[in-house]
Unconditional design. Sequence first.
Length: 801
Amino acid sequence: MKKKLWLLGICAAALVIIFVGSVIKKSSENTYNSDKKSEQADIIPRDGETMKEEEALKLLSYLGIDKDKLLGEGEASGVLTFGKASSYLKDIAGTLDIKEEEITDKLSFPLITEEADKAILTAEFLELYEALLNSIPKEKRTISEESLYILAGSVVDDRTVAVTDGGNFSCNNIVSYEEFYQKDKLSGSKKAVSLTFQPKDYEDKSVTAYIKGNEIIYIKGVSEEETLLSNLWIVDGKDTTVKTFINGITKEFKTEYPLSEEIGKTVCDITVKDKKIIKITMKPDTITGKVLSAGKSSIEIQGYGKVALEDNYRIYKIYDELAMEVTNSILVGYSTTEFVVANGKIAAALITAPIKAENIRVLIKTDNFSGMLHDKVVLTANKDFTVTAGKIVKKHKAGDKVTINPTNSLFKEGRLRIETKGENGKITLLSVLRQGENPKYRGVIEVAKEEGGLTIVNELSLEEYLYAVVPSEMPTSYNMEALKAQAVCARSYAYNQLMEGALSEYGAHVDDSVNYQVYNNLPENEQSILAVKDTYGKVLKYQGNVINAYYFSTSWGYTASINDVWAGDTTVPYLVGKAQAVYDLVNQKAVYAASFHPDTVDYSGETAFRSFLEKPDYKTYDSEFPWYRWSTTLTWKELTEIINRNLSSRYTANPSFILTLTGGSLSDKPVFESKEISTIGDLKDIKVATREKSGVVSKLYLIGSKATISVQNEYNIRSLLASGTTKIKRGDGSTVSSLNLLPSAYICFNKGEKSLTIKGGGYGHGIGMSQNGAKAMADSGKTFDIILKHYYTGVDIGFIY
């Protein structure tokens, strides 16, 4: 009986505890919710629509304002108040580097002196927003105001997209404030309300919008006036129906009156009102010719010179499936494009056939690859040669020396073209030095006058280009199978760079420096020519597409995945990190220690990285090369000077990857911002913030007496910590002291009171093929195809012609 009473007592006590706990929890929740409601209840209401704080923060983020920094420990409430807005303005002014009064003086209402609990009207916030936007210098402004005709709406990867005549724009959860604007100016109407923007509701209407990149921020206005849509591709037109193509969609329009004749496969301007075409302007005139350069405002065409582009210039691919192309799709050096011209300008480009990438155009840089503009060009040739400018042709004998200055009258005819007569002709640039010698070039040399100097472009066949890439990138004393692997990599890489057309503004596909592939720094020779000829046209392909075949000098024993090294890059299946253990030629299995399992290797931890760096537990193909392991020792003062000397230029080159600590601490909610910086003061400490699985350091903290910075990206890390005179000791005991970059970012730090030692492994970024590893594989009997398939996962070897 006593036992039963005792059990009942325990149960009763437990129920009391649960009940009390529930009451306390509910009381706590009610207190929190009542505090939130109380905060909103205290807000002084207004006559008119008030601005939601969450929407205000979203709009401010487009100006580069950090939402979390504005909120601090708090969170967004329902309605934005004057108190919060004026508090935010202090932080915003600091971020935008402006004074608060520069903004408040432009407002029609007293932002700072108004009652703190008073709600801000939507019209008032929009006025504040425009004042902030206009305070940013135009050259630094990333938001622009555009007029767009909404053609259609679509959903792409869960994103709502507005297809317009000006491009395709994301518009998820955006707002139209059209009722707050009258003739593009804020009206302050008390009856105005904001509207949710859905493209389908605005189809066939012209809108004015703020945009950033490919995203609409908000709608300012809607026009019912007639709208000119420029340079549309007309698929066909008959009677009262015209089918057009633009920005990836086919759209039918009705005409106000029947067409007088059938039209199609042409470029036109159309004027639309009330969803109907009221006017069509045909553009039937075209020109063709070899493209010599393609800039943002003009295209240089052989026989026509530089022809200006219309504001709404478009590029259509009209072979196979109809498509619109991006603005860098016009490849220089080829004649597969027709240009639609009107009033002396190019309205559209029509790509009529796929490119057969047989020729490449190389921008030749100055001595030491230091720049692209030459003060003058001095040249000669081993065969008779000509200098051509337009229709003017000047003949020269072999050995004649020609000097070309920017003042040369021939430039009135356009760029100068120098080519030799007969076979095996080579042009020597006497005004350029490579390895102490004047380089000789196959093919054609073009010299163009640009603002600030002259540019030199060498056009030649892709195969002949590779003759002088292979020896510049790999010693031709290496095994022929390694040279052939290098040739296939270089051809694959060149093909993709050619297709990208990044230097089309200068009339080139690539330059001759490490920015692309080093070309003709060392002359072609019998071995390099043989390696190229033996792999004629061969490239690496993954699922039918030519790959970006990145390569580097020496691995530290493990190659990197591309997203380990370059922030923002997505995973690429054929560029994945792997252990570089020696493997058996017969069964293609790696020769590991019994305890080693390569699939589980992870060098992101400091202990694992140091262990393998200092005492490798398996032999790799790179083990015998000097750069496999290296170290350098510096005093704290020396490293401080190096960092501060390099910091400003690194920030200018990569402002989003050199961030300054502006809030919190490294151990407690750090806040980093991109801001100009030239010194961290005295270096106090250096910490690895992030090390990837491959062992590469991708983020580094530098703690100084004046600032703490976060350095991201292996190239920035290597640049900041090297001086060009730092003595680096290699694994074989030799020293090198002429590097402007650390050999790699596969590093760790041994810190002492007065100095620190940087210990590292490998040379280069670590992605793709290790050139020295390829040599070792070739020396062990492996053929070029086996070498390539080892470094590039899942690839096949194919042809480009």
